[in-house]
Design a protein around this ligand. Structure first.
Ligand code: SF4
Ligand code: SF4
Length: 173
């Protein structure tokens, strides 16, 4: 008797599962054929950081260490330098600038605290998300990797238009 009951229960479960599968077929598909098609991000997406420059290409960072102090993962390393040359000739917008600015992406949790802490709008999250590497050491990104004027942008993403909802896949239908 219990064998028959087990068979009935199992059959019911299979039918229920198949019904659920079949009911999904006519619905809109969320599968993205990456990398043939770009991944869509909301504007708030936190990808690899960008270090910004002013309208004349001078680095905005003044090496104040507020970002590294606020980083819970202690993954930002900065070395400050003073450049007394006139504005036109120096590297940064201010005399003080970051000679070294490294982020260790083996530790970064993309929390955004560094962006919030920066008083100069010198660092933001960009959209680059393809951070996979074969060597751990390659996840240590230097200023040359992070500067907005030097960072290579992936072609495999697009940013959602206003009103475009790309989070629906996480909502209960
Ligand atoms: S996003 Fe968070 S963990 Fe990553 S560098 Fe900034 S403060 Fe540190
Ligand atoms: S990125 Fe901003 S918070 Fe960090 S050292 Fe530079 S100016 Fe200071």
């Amino acid at each position: 008797m219990s064998l028959i009951s087990d068979v009935i229960q199992s059959t019911k479960a299979v039918i229920k599962g198949m019904a659920n599968t079949i009911s999904q077929i006519p619905k809109e598909k969320w599968t993205v054929q990456y990398p043939d098609d770009p991944v869509t991000f909301q504007p708030r997406y936190r990808g690899m950081h960008l270090l910004h420059v002013d309208e004349h290409g001078k680095e905005k960072c003044v090496a104040c260490y507020l970002c590294s102090a606020s980083c819970p993962s202690e993954c930002i390393y900065i070395e400050a330098e003073t450049d007394p040359r006139p504005y036109e000739e120096r590297i940064g917008r201010d005399e003080r600038y970051a000679k070294v600015y490294n982020i260790d992406y083996t530790r970064c949790i993309f929390c955004g605290f560094c962006v919030e802490a920066c008083p100069k709008d010198a660092i933001t999250h960009g959209y680059n998300f393809e951070l996979s590497v074969y060597n751990r050491a390659d996840l240590l990104k230097t200023k040359d990797d992070l500067l907005i004027t030097k960072q290579k942008q992936s072609k495999n993403y697009r940013i959602a238009l206003s009103g475009e909802d790309v989070d629906s896949e996480y909502k209960e239908v």
